[in-house]
Design a protein around this ligand. Structure first.
Ligand code: ADP
Ligand code: MG
Length: 676
């Protein structure tokens, strides 16, 4: 048996069990060995009920009686009387009614939880319960607790891992031995033994240090190598002409913020270098990223280079095309728009103009990366809302040039500083952390669905002032059909009763693009008062006169998504409002309260990272499966150590391919985190 053997070959794993593991993504022996415990429970201090003291406690007891009662919507409390030979106590669980079936009265369990003073008495709160007869031989130890897999008991996972123990002790080392030695790390096999079979809590700490270091080292080495590879590329030299920039800035209807100036300057500096720019422009919603890109495009056009700007939706692309047209046409720079809706002769003509260079700035959607599109001289590529695109799509656009074009990847979903430093370690980042002058912070309020009538009055008052509003509906059950239903129902409801006297528009993802287009332009022109929409308005849309946003079922949205949505208002000198209407009147989540409290996207990104972890946030589009199982980005000391070790490794000139597994992990990370 080896790490690649199917789990089914292990003693104690039958067909059904094997299938259940498979469904959780655990197919091989190696998969299970690297399936790390979520936490450990300390069974090394079991007390009797008579001797129990406040704090973390474990007892061995039977359940004498158990009842569940609803307290209010969304909350059910289960209370049980637990007994051993020395006495009785009460245990309580929130929203765990299954405890009543689990805790058979004639069976003995270990209960482990907080013994604390609550509701006028001492009780054991939310204890875990493990059947005594299920427990491995020595129970008086630290036990690993695994993420629950449907239908599989943690005890079974422990038993199977015990079978595999001899194999774990033979796990090969993946890190270079000098690093293990210099960093005083335990070996890889010792680390996995310690995670699955710890004796004392120091074992776990050492194991976490070792495995966390490895994860971070793999990430940081990847970013070093990405940079090294980028430095080998030859880029276009685009000289910085101060007069051109001055003229552009002078024609703007506003003064650039300090942050915009700095970002533009950084980009123009990069344009002059021999290696292609590889820069991330992070700016909170409404911070004015487009004009920065426009300024750089102006400089590129002046030197005879084309610019391509790719946006994730047609609405955004056409809005950008319009903005850039306004900014650039005074200088004779031509702007073209290429989306799926440009068809027939118009499309052919545009292709020709892109190929012969008569269109200097091409704005578009994914349509830009089609094979039929060929550029005359593409020098500058801008990706708006870059996290919406995969690495492959970005690369396909970049390939449309003889030399690697300069790349500016823009995002309004700030990558928390801690993550940016780790993932992008060495990447060039420009930050717009300053909103244009005169903006008033958006006032955000969580709103209970019970007092919706008052809320509609507030909205109507704004409309009477000449402002406009968004009403956002959620994607129920992640099902686009439901989304459609909810948005249509809401539209009819508002149109037929509450807002009869107002003009209401409807926008959702299933509409044809020309329909979307016309609704958006009506809204932008002010002929629609209220736009009822799904999250298709999430990114980029810019209608400064809209000052109210009402988000239905706000609790169904992620934190960053709420912040993004909210960024559609607060884009002018008028006071703006965002109302987060919850789906029930239950206590609002921490997430919602954070959004209510703060308008700072960078702060919220840090909070989101803490609440969900990087795997969840950057799980799909941006980083594939960037998955830090052990390391946390708060551990700056470990990050620093891994960073230094990665630098030293690169400097040593040692061949990464000498370490097969390490190389595979690093190359995987390189693909995930590269911009170009
Ligand atoms: P985002 O960074 O969210 O993409 P946009 O580029 O859409 O932001 O800009 C938001 C709005 O702010 C636009 O209407 C733009 O014209 C305006 N704007 C950009 N920079 C400034 C500035 N320095 N002063 C005033 N308004 C600005
Ligand atoms: Mg934008």
């Amino acid at each position: 048996m080896n790490l690649l053997s199917p789990l089914r070959n292990v003693k104690g794993v039958g067909e059904k069990t094997g299938e259940q593991f498979s469904q959780a993504g655990i197919h091989t022996v190696g998969d299970l060995i690297t399936f790390l415990p979520r936490t450990h429970e300390d069974f090394s201090h079991i007390t009797t009920i008579a001797n129990i003291a406040p704090g973390k406690a474990t007892i061995k007891a039977k359940c004498e009686s158990i009842t569940t009662r609803p307290v209010r919507r969304g909350l059910r409390i289960t209370t049980a009387t637990l007994a051993d030979e020395t006495g009785k106590l009460q245990a309580v669980w929130f929203n765990q009614p299954y405890r009543a079936t689990q805790l058979k009265p004639d069976e003995e369990f270990y209960f482990s939880g907080d013994f604390e003073f609550n509701y006028n008495r001492y009780q054991l709160t939310n204890p875990s319960a493990e059947k005594v007869s299920d427990m491995p031989v020595q129970t008086d130890r630290l036990l690993p607790v695994y993420r629950s897999i449907k239908g599989l008991k943690t005890t079974l996972v422990r038993k199977i891992l015990a079978e595999l123990r001899p194999l774990i002790t033979m796990l090969p080392e993946t890190l270079p031995s000098t690093i293990v030695k210099n960093q005083k790390l335990i070996s890889r096999s010792d680390a996995f033994i310690a995670m699955h079979f710890p004796k004392v809590s120091e074992d776990i700490e050492k194991a976490r240090e070792r495995l966390g270091f490895e994860e971070l080292f793999e990430l940081l080495l990847a970013s070093q190598l990405n940079r090294q590879e980028n430095a080998k590329l030859k880029g276009w030299h685009i000289p910085f002409e101060q007069s051109v920039v001055k003229e552009f800035v002078a024609k703007l209807p506003f003064a650039l913020t300090g942050a915009q100036r700095l970002a533009a300057w950084e980009i123009l500096q990069d344009f002059e270098k021999a290696v292609p720019m590889n820069r991330l422009l992070q700016g909170d919603v409404g911070s004015g990223k487009t004009v920065v890109a426009g300024l750089a495009a102006r400089q590129a056009a002046h030197e005879g280079f084309q610019t391509a700007l790719m946006a994730p939706t047609e609405i955004l692309a056409s809005q950008h095309a319009e903005t850039l047209q306004k900014l650039l046409s005074p200088f004779g720079v031509t702007v073209g728009l290429l989306t799926g809706s440009v068809k027939g002769v118009a499309r052919k003509t545009l292709y020709a103009a892109i190929a012969d260079g008569s269109v200097q700035v091409v704005v578009g959607t994914h349509a830009l990366i089609q094979e039929t599109v060929s550029f005359y001289k593409l020098g500058f590529v801008v990706i708006d809302e870059q996290h919406r695109f995969g690495v492959k799509q970005r690369q396909e656009l970049l390939k449309k040039s003889k030399h690697m074009p300069h790349l500016l990847a823009m995002t309004a979903t700030p990558i928390p500083r801690s993550l940016a430093l780790t993932v992008y370690g060495e990447l060039d980042i420009s930050i717009l952390n300053e909103l244009p002058k005169g903006r008033k912070p958006i006032k955000t309020k969580i709103w209970s669905p019970n007092s919706r009538a008052q809320l509609y009055e507030l909205v109507d008052m704004e409309l009477s002032e000449g402002r406009q509003a968004y009403v956002i509906c959620s994607l129920i059950d992640n099902n686009p059909d439901n989304e459609l239903k909810s948005v249509q129902v809401e539209y009819k409801k508002l149109q037929n009763s509450i807002f009869k006297h107002r003009k209401i528009g409807l926008l959702h993802g299933k509409m044809k693009s020309d329909e979307k287009e016309s609704v958006m332009s009506d809204f932008a022109a002010g002929s629609i008062d209220i736009l009822v929409s799904t999250t298709v308005v999430e990114v980029g849309v810019d209608v400064p006169n809209a000052t109210v946003m009402l988000i239905e079922d706000a609790d169904r949205f992620g934190l960053s998504q709420l912040h993004q949505l909210r960024g559609r208002v607060g884009r002018s000198v008028y006071q703006s409002y965002c109302y987060l209407v919850t789906s029930t009147s239950a206590k609002p989540s921490e997430r919602l309260r954070e959004v209510e409290r703060s308008n700072d996207g960078f702060y919220l990104a840090e909070v989101d990272l803490k609440l969900r972890g990087p795997g969840e946030i950057y799980g799909r589009s941006q980083h594939g499966a960037l998955n830090l199982q052990i390391a946390t980005l708060a551990d700056t000391k470990l990050i620093k150590r891994a960073q230094d070790a990665a630098k030293a490794f690169v400097a040593s000139g040692e061949d990464l391919l000498n370490y097969k597994e390490l190389a595979a992990a690093v190359q995987y990370n390189q693909r995930l985190t590269t911009l170009n």
